[in-house]
Write a protein that binds this ligand. Structure first.
Ligand SMILES: *Cc1c(COP(=O)(O)O)cnc(C)c1O
Length: 366
């Protein structure tokens, strides 16, 4: 099988720098909350144009801590998308709040702002848009609604480091923005890692305390927190990769536009709204022949993945929320037809041609 995401090539290109960096950390023996985490937080602040950045242990923790710091909890409702990774919903449940799902846009697969207002109740406290696959959710419209109803906005930007609307990067639109540096994400480390960004200094201070057992670090505990710190080695690796993120995202966009040119007559290809900069964490097509395409690709040694086969409202673990099939028809239809193709910055153009040819031939013969 060819790679779906080729982390080895990327590693080889930065190997010397990574080994030097890890060696320095090993020699210093300073592993937790040291100079690399601090420097990486500063670098993310300036790259995203936000006032605070707090490194945490994962994207899931970033969401959990952002909700805690914004005082979302028992009895509160949080509006989000059913077309996401499970962690978005887990975080809402960790703080005791209730997830309320709003269907997605047919073309971007992101939460549909036109359908948010009808789900707002007196208990609604926040909305969590997810920039799915690296495509910015419509933050302009979402922020307008949030302002009107006094809701907090937490962006799940786990798949979208560097994505932007105009010149404003995702993560900087909401009360908090949450990132994951899981290895396969478009900015990934070599283990787990995450970050919360916010322009609210009070929220930032709360998260700094919460990530470290509710303590400022002197064995005096102000609240019950978590152990959720980004470690020095991951931060060091992320600093090296951050230097290339613009180039990585541009490469992804080039591969995406080649796929789209070759495939757009045969399948539904990803759409970009005017002025929205998609970073193609995943390149996903839609077709009623999805399963056949997947099987044919696999016969040629090409991996493809269904992100996501089941929307959140139909997950067994969430059955207690009381949703049923048919409640969110767009998300359900998309889950039945979506397919992600190999996508990474170093993906050779020849492979994009080869993969596209296989798909076109498969559809002609069916
Ligand atoms: C990966 C991901 C998360 C969780 O991030 P982890 O670092 O794996 O905990 C949350 N939301 C979305 C949309 C993701 O893709």
């Amino acid at each position: 099988m060819k790679p779906f995401i080729d982390l080895q090539t990327q590693y080889r290109n930065i190997k010397d720098e990574v080994i030097t960096c890890i060696n320095e950390i090993l020699e210093s023996s300073h592993y937790i909350l040291g100079k690399n985490v601090k420097a990486f937080e500063e670098e993310v602040k300036s790259y995203l144009g936000v006032e605070n950045a707090i490194g945490v242990a994962s994207g899931t923790d970033a969401l959990h801590l952002a909700l805690r710091a914004l005082d979302i909890g028992h009895g509160d409702e949080v509006i989000t998308t059913p077309f996401t990774f499970f962690a978005t919903v887990e975080a809402i449940l960790y703080v005791g709040a209730k997830p309320v799902f709003v269907d997605i846009e047919e073309d971007t697969y992101n939460i549909d702002p036109e359908k948010i207002e009808e789900k707002i109740t007196p208990r609604t406290k926040a909305v969590i848009p997810v920039h799915i696959f690296g495509a910015p959710a419509d933050m302009i419209k979402i922020n307008e609604i949030a302002r009107k109803y006094d809701l907090k906005v937490i962006e799940d930007a786990a798949q979208a480091f560097g994505a932007k609307i105009g010149n404003k990067k995702v993560g900087s639109f909401g009360d908090a923005g949450c990132f994951s540096f899981y290895p396969s994400k478009n900015l990934g480390c070599f283990g787990d890692g995450g970050m919360v960004v916010t322009n609210d200094i009070k929220v930032a201070e709360k998260i700094r305390i919460l990530r470290n057992h509710g303590s400022r670090g002197r064995y005096l505990h102000e609240t019950i927190g978590l152990n959720s710190r980004l470690d020095e080695i991951q931060a060091g690796i992320l600093r090296i990769k951050m230097k290339h993120i613009e180039e990585y995202n541009e490469q992804r966009r080039k591969k995406a536009s080649l796929y789209t040119k070759l495939l757009s007559d045969a399948v539904i290809t990803p759409k970009e709204k005017d002025n929205f900069y998609h970073v193609y964490h995943l390149y996903s097509i839609r077709s009623s022949k999805r399963d056949k395409i997947k099987e044919t690709l696999s016969n040629y040694g090409i991996p493809s993945v269904v992100y996501y086969p089941q929307p959140m409202h139909l997950q067994k673990a969430l059955s207690f929320l009381g949703y049923k099939e048919g409640d969110l028809p767009v998300a359900e239809a998309v889950a039945g037809e979506i397919l992600s193709l190999p996508m990474y910055p170093e993906l050779p153009d020849e492979e994009v041609y080869e993969i596209s040819q296989i798909i076109l031939r498969c559809l002609q013969n069916s």
